[in-house]
Design a protein around this ligand. Structure first.
Ligand code: DX5
Length: 215
């Protein structure tokens, strides 16, 4: 079943609670909080308190914390305590990926791995079996509204081959044009910022359009 995962980077932060409640009411399957530290990516965004605030508004919906931060192992417990159901770490961001995955589990969350566009699929070979999600970044992370990298569906297919049974998520430039390509390649989790919260008709219209696009 294809899941729509609006990311709050493009939400109206002056009314974040209403936005995530609207997304949930419109059928969002999860909400993603795009955590950025200004080092791993050239942008600075949210922390554990935002995850806790989002979770308090939509307690029945899983929340993913996507840690685009250096040395994410420093923050795993804080995000788990804040209520993150899934904690996704960038494979490029830590010297101890295996230990970080275990720490996420010990903290009571479910681990995911994220690959930047230039990171080879083979970097998953020794660890894919320990995680619930593999996120294929379909843009260079840091900002919403970027263009989907055309070679991404091929990378999604190769991730599905190396990690059978693990849910593959795509993130960046996912809209009514690109979502079907990602799904056809094997993605089942669609992170959408500008095409969901940034949709001119509102987040409900954005989610509806994506759902229709992927059938
Ligand atoms: C990293 C951000 C974005 C966001 C999706 O850059 O985390 O990938 O989730 O943004 P859109 O859907 O606007 O490309």
């Amino acid at each position: 079943m294809i899941q729509i995962v609006p990311s709050i980077l493009s939400a109206d932060l002056t009314r974040l609670g209403d936005q995530v409640r609207e997304a949930a009411a419109a059928g969002a399957d999860r909400i993603q909080v795009d955590v950025m530290d200004g080092h791993f990516v050239p942008n600075l965004t949210f922390g554990p308190d935002t995850v806790a605030a989002v979770k308090s508004c939509i307690p029945d919906l899983p929340v993913e914390a996507h840690l685009m931060v250096e040395r994410p192992e420093q923050f795993v417990v804080a995000f788990a305590k804040a209520g993150a159901d899934y904690i996704l770490v960038q494979v490029e961001s830590t010297y101890s990926l295996y230990r970080t995955i275990q720490a996420i589990k010990e903290a009571g969350s479910r681990p995911g791995l994220v690959l930047n566009p230039a990171t080879p699929v083979d970097s998953l070979r020794e660890v894919w079996q320990y995680v619930s999600i593999i996120n294929v970044m379909t843009v260079e992370p840091g900002f919403g509204g970027q263009r989907f990298i055309p070679a991404s569906p091929d990378k999604v297919r190769r991730v599905c081959e190396i990690a059978p049974g693990v849910e593959v998520e795509v993130d960046g430039g996912i809209d009514v044009e690109t979502a079907p390509k990602a799904v056809e390649a094997g993605a089942t989790l669609l992170v959408a910022g500008s095409s969901a919260f940034g949709h001119p008709g509102g987040v409900a219209a954005g989610i509806r359009a994506l759902r229709e696009a992927v059938g």
